[in-house]
Design a protein. Structure first.
Ligand code: GLA
Length: 732
């Protein structure tokens, strides 16, 4: 059993393959956090907590004058506001109209086989009857009121991850206002950590940044209603000496697609506390008597195997235990999307020209992007009117899909279900469907407003329109887009005191509708999108096995975007396309080959007018599609390795994939600078079998040679040249 309870010491120890996590109920009934780190035994690690009178650090009411015991510096599992802990807390709540104060003590616990579930929220799962996955539930209760907190821990022994969530249950007889409810809190007894996080902007998402944590609070967050382009709900604490290949690091990923916060606080004793959960700004949840509130889940990894070890654990765990789609291990369709090819300016003829070329070049799917519905020839109107513009298409959607299918291609469609244009029939009929504050002019973005997805009737209205189209035409893929940040959050349907619930209810609504969609069309391939990668989070992966990674399709900038994304997400989820040059986002020219190699790093496709390509480029497309299909298993579910960092090595960025049984590996490299009389560029492969012999480009090497000695990359012939090398184990 991976969860060990010791009654005599009050400890609960969670054991995964290489990490250990421990908490302890002490003599006062407090749930203290005593260990999270490298795998160790079940000793009671509370001996590391040093009682001391620290001055200005008070005692809970029933402890009298024991000045050496204070929650202000004791490590805890779920610290609360109002019990003398002045650091960032897990929970801040009050009875309606009263002052926030809680005093949580241990109430009960249970250990179960399998994995807990979270109502209405994405969560990692376990197969029925599977061993090696267990749940610990610890219930804490306020000393004065019937307010309960259920702390949930999922232990995935083999995958080496621990998940956490909290459920707040109100039996006080009154309404409780939840002002802040974090999913997880981890207290590290030491300081001196680096924080690694992934910041960005539209068209430049998930840029890695590493900095030493200072004293005080450091916050990474979004209050945009989405997880956002600007910050990602995935952070890492590492030791300063930790590298790609070795050293301690601890990652936290929030399975949530709305406003979030990750906060790290270094306190008066240089201890570090990390909390993560729903952003508390604009959040206030009125929990009526008898009700429960469930937080989103956090997935945590601790490893001493550096960032490679950390990423592999997240990638594997998410691939196996979070992504549910039947597409996760299937060959994903190599698609062509018409967005960068035509933008809004298309008709049947243009689309069919692209489709014919796609079919001829060996692609699998045509995706029709924005502009096919309502009055939508620019991004100023039509959102909310999901009625096919047959005049523009020259046929019905059913007919178009049939024509595309007749070419041997499947057909996919773009939607932006959460939005409404003021210039739309829907808005003219139901202005109250939009989130906006009465009497104030709303903040517009891309000239659109956001639908109130906290409302069931609004969701049902949109859902029915989408279902009608999917029922009529043979559509096997949907790109679900979301093209603005949310602001002016006011719902016409919620009472005044409950407006602080809208953003979270909106996310629950989004999840519910995604669930409906997948229940009705179980084989649908859903691709997540938010102006590129503005909602690239682990929550979305529960519904969508792939997410459009960025509107920036420049192969060179994508190196950094995809590098950052790879830290916390499986590469099979990174949707990437080859587009034209000069690139539409930054004007850069790169070789066609390089664009293919970069896009093949994830879920592969094209986004250009294939009918306008030169014969030479068309030949290259045929080659790329063939290489991708021959190697998709390794790319989609092999182990991914970052071989060089685009932030540190300004000459070349390289990465590789190794098949599960290590008999095949793919190494890709892109030159980002050129030199006269260039020195040889050596890259070391990773993850091969040292004793096996591999064929690479017609020569044989042992795995040991490729990994230790390395491999000399071919000399680049032009700006942004690249190479793709395949190592195949020689069979005896
Ligand atoms: C967003 C997406 C693009 C495209 C446009 C259409 O920006 O990221 O890929 O679908 O919307 O408006």
């Amino acid at each position: 059993m991976a969860i060990i309870e010791k009654k005599e010491s009050g400890t609960f120890t969670l054991q995964t393959r290489t990490s250990t996590y421990q908490m302890k109920v002490d003599r006062h009934g407090m749930l203290l956090h005593t260990y999270y780190g490298a795998k160790t035994d079940e000793s009671d690690y509370s001996y590391l907590i040093m009682p001391a009178d620290r001055g200005y650090s008070g005692q809970p009411g029933d402890l009298g004058n024991d000045r050496t015991y204070s929650l202000d510096f004791y490590p805890q599992e779920y610290p609360v506001y109002g019990d003398g802990d002045y650091r960032i807390t897990g929970l801040k709540a009050n009875l309606e109209g009263q002052v926030p104060a809680l005093d949580l003590r241990y109430h009960s616990s249970r250990i179960m086989d399998g994995k807990y579930r979270l109502e209405g929220l994405p969560a990692m799962f376990a197969g029925a009857g599977e061993e090696g996955i267990s749940t610990l539930e610890i219930v804490l209760k306020d000393r004065y009121e019937e307010l309960y907190v259920h702390l949930l821990y999922g232990v995935y022994e083999e995958e080496d991850v621990i998940t956490r969530a909290a459920v707040i249950e109100n039996h006080t007889g009154k309404t409780v206002e939840l002002k802040r409810v974090m999913s997880a809190c981890v207290d590290f007894a030491e300081g001196g950590f680096d924080l690694i996080h992934f910041y960005g902007k539209h068209a430049m998402e998930r840029q890695m940044e590493r900095r030493a944590l200072p004293h005080g609070i450091t916050q990474i967050s979004s209050r945009r209603g989405t997880s956002s382009h600007h910050h990602n709900p995935f952070v890492i604490l590492s030791r300063p000496e930790t590298t790609e290949d070795q050293g301690a690091c601890c990652g936290f990923s929030l399975l949530y697609s709305g406003s979030f916060q990750a906060q790290a606080e270094v306190d008066q004793l240089d201890q570090t506390r990390l909390v993560m959960g729903i952003n508390e700004e604009e959040f206030c949840w009125r929990l009526a008597d008898g009700e429960r509130f469930t937080t989103p889940e956090v997935c945590m990894v601790y490893t001493e195997e550096g960032f490679t070890g950390l990423s592999r654990r997240f990638q594997r765990a998410f691939h196996q235990r979070l992504i549910r789609s039947p597409w996760k291990d299937r060959l994903r369709p190599v698609l062509v999307n018409n967005w960068e090819a035509t933008y809004f300016d298309f008709n049947e003829e243009k689309l069919m020209n692209i489709a014919r070329q796609a079919s001829d070049l060996g692609l699998d799917m045509l995706v029709l992007d924005d502009g096919w519905f309502g009055k939508r020839d620019s991004d100023n109107s039509g959102l909310g009117d999901w009625k096919v513009n047959e005049e523009k298409l020259g046929c019905t959607m059913k007919e178009l899909a049939e024509k595309v299918n007749a070419l041997g291609l499947s057909f996919g469609l773009w939607f932006e279900p959460e939005m409404i244009s003021e210039d739309s029939d829907l808005y003219r009929e139901h202005p109250d469907f939009a989130l906006q504050i009465p009497g104030r002019s709303p903040v517009r973005s891309r000239n659109q407003l956001v639908l109130d997805f906290s409302r069931k009737d609004v969701r049902e209205y949109i859902e029915q329109q989408i279902f009608r189209i999917l029922d009529e035409a043979n559509i096997t893929y949907i790109k679900w887009d979301m093209n603005r940040s949310i602001e002016n959050v006011y719902s016409a349907a919620l009472p005044e005191g409950s407006q602080g619930e809208i953003l979270h209810r909106y996310v629950l609504g989004l999840y519910e509708m995604s669930e409906h969609l997948l229940e009705r069309y179980p084989d649908l391939l859903l691709e997540g999108c938010s102006g590129g990668g503005g909602r690239f989070d682990a929550g979305m992966l529960y519904y969508a096995p792939q997410i459009w990674c960025s509107d920036n399709t420049d192969a060179v900038e994508r190196l950094k975007i995809q590098y950052g994304t790879s830290f916390g997400y499986p590469m099979s989820s990174v949707s990437a396309h080859v587009s034209v040059c000069p690139n539409h986002q930054n004007g850069r020219e790169t070789p066609f080959k390089t664009r293919g190699i970069c896009a093949m790093q994830g879920a592969f496709g094209y986004e250009l007018d294939l009918s306008k390509l030169s014969e030479e480029d068309k030949e290259e497309v045929r080659k790329q599609v063939k290489v991708y299909k021959e190697n998709y298993k390794v790319i989609q579910s092999g182990s991914y390795y970052r071989l060089t960092s685009p932030w540190e090595n300004h000459d070349v960025t390289a990465w590789s994939y190794v098949a599960e049984d290590q008999d095949r590996a793919i190494l890709a490299a892109v030159y980002t600078d050129l030199h006269g009389n260039p020195a040889p560029v050596r890259v070391r492969w990773k993850g091969l079998k040292p004793d096996a012999v591999y064929e690479v480009e017609g020569s044989s090497y042992t795995g040991a040679a490729l990994m230790n000695g390395g491999y000399l990359l071919p000399v680049p012939k032009c700006n942004y040249d690249s190479c793709l090398l395949i190592a195949v184990e020689r069979q005896a």
